[in-house]
Design a protein around this ligand. Structure first.
Ligand code: PLP
Length: 385
């Protein structure tokens, strides 16, 4: 069955696979299927592909190849960084710091540490989703060993001042991790400028395949192994490597970075366009996230007393694919922790849509998205009256 996606604007959830990445992957799913740990020539071909992908990915974020460890996802990278570093650092200093707007892969990793006797400070954020560097410094105690603050929000797009936060962490003797899953491949970043000790990334967020990601771990950072088994990834992460995934991830990242300035310019233009179109049509719409410190192309918008989830489904019927900021289960509407953390009033939070555009979206897409939202909004408001 051939399904056609009309206007895909849910790129913070996942992105379209880069055709060149797919092309690079196919030989490793077909004829070059050997295990990269095998000693024969076919195994060596697979090994060379894995190591050259590692070199290229490392160079693209200013890291050394040995500082890149392949994982199955952003979720695994976050779990690993948080759980294993916290355990490796200290048996006695058990205080950790994070923010209240992290992805669940981070929040729930900390939650599991809490049940193991760690105390966790979850920093509040401003109305625009920013963590205060001063609040961060004040939260650090002599017991604190480690902090993890996300690079950019997957829900409202706000970008944190990671280099300032990492500098404070180091001044106070902590290790610092950032979940950069929404940033890698979309905005230029360099682990040395940022001064982070660990950074998580996921290929499917930057036009790579699903089920593959990486963790940057600065040399010397203590990190126990998360998955025990064979000696893959320098004995740090066991399991036969996902060769095709790794190769596809490297190609997708390279292609995104080659055009990053143009992509960012295009997406910032589309963001301005959609914000102005929606604001003109619906002056009472409220936009979430920081006005300038934000991911290109991610727009979170709220409408008072409407159901974002219903709007999502109505938009879907019209061929416009987006996300909402609240989900209904049989008993109640569950509002995202991020919208709660920015103190968006409930009557707006329930009516939130996340539109996340990609480099492939056009002005015409944005006009259609804005007009369809405005049209549905008017109809919904009329039904309510
Ligand atoms: N961190 C952030 C900020 C994300 O947006 C996501 C995915 O939505 C993840 C982590 C998890 O990544 P993955 O889907 O590769 O597990």
């Amino acid at each position: 069955m051939k399904s056609k996606i009309a206007i895909y604007s849910d790129n913070a959830a996942t992105t379209k696979l880069d055709p060149l990445a797919l092309e690079a992957m196919l030989p490793f799913l077909r004829e070059n299927f050997a295990n990269p740990s095998s000693q024969h020539s076919a195994g060596k071909t697979a090994r060379r592909a894995v190591e050259s992908a590692r070199e290229q990915i490392a160079a693209s974020i200013g890291a050394k190849p040995e500082e890149i460890i392949f994982t199955s996802s952003g979720t695994e990278s976050n779990n690993w960084a948080i759980k294993c570093v916290a355990r490796a650092l200290s048996a006695t200093r058990k205080h950790l710091v994070t923010s209240s707007i992290e992805h669940h892969a981070v929040l729930n990793s900390f939650k599991s540490l809490r049940t193991n006797g760690y105390s966790i400070t979850q920093l509040p954020v401003s109305r625009y989703g920013l963590v205060s560097v001063t609040d961060f410094e004040m939260a650090i105690t002599p017991e604190t060993t480690f902090a993890s603050i996300m690079f950019a929000s997957n829900e409202i797009g706000t970008i944190q001042d990671i280099s300032a936060l990492a500098a404070v962490a180091h001044k106070k003797g902590l290790l610092f991790h950032t979940d950069a899953v929404q940033a890698v491949g979309h905005i230029p970043l360099d682990v040395d400028n940022l001064q982070v000790d660990m950074l998580s990334a996921s290929a499917h967020k930057f036009n790579g395949p699903k089920g593959i990601g990486f963790l940057f771990k600065r040399s010397g950072t203590p990190l126990g192994s998360f998955i025990d088994g064979g000696g893959q990834e320098n004995g740090q992460r066991a399991g036969t490597e996902n060769v095709a995934g790794i190769v596809g991830m490297a190609v997708a990242l390279k292609n995104n970075l080659q055009n990053i300035t143009d992509n960012m310019q295009h997406l910032n233009h589309l963001t301005d366009l959609i914000v102005s179109k929606i604001s003109n049509a619906i002056p009472e719409a409220v936009f979430n996230g920081h006005a300038s410190k934000r991911l290109p192309g991610l727009v979170s918008v709220s409408f008072e007393n409407l159901s974002g989830e219903s709007l999502l489904h109505l938009l879907d019927l019209k061929g416009v694919l987006v996300s909402s900021g609240a989900a209904c289960n049989s008993k109640k509407t569950v509002i995202s922790h991020v919208l709660k953390a920015i103190k968006l009033p409930r009557q707006y939070a329930t009516g939130t849509l996340r539109i996340s555009l990609s480099k492939d979206n056009t002005d015409s897409d944005v006009n259609i998205i804005a007009e369809t939202i405005a049209d549905l909004y008017r109809k919904q408001v009329k039904i309510k009256k």
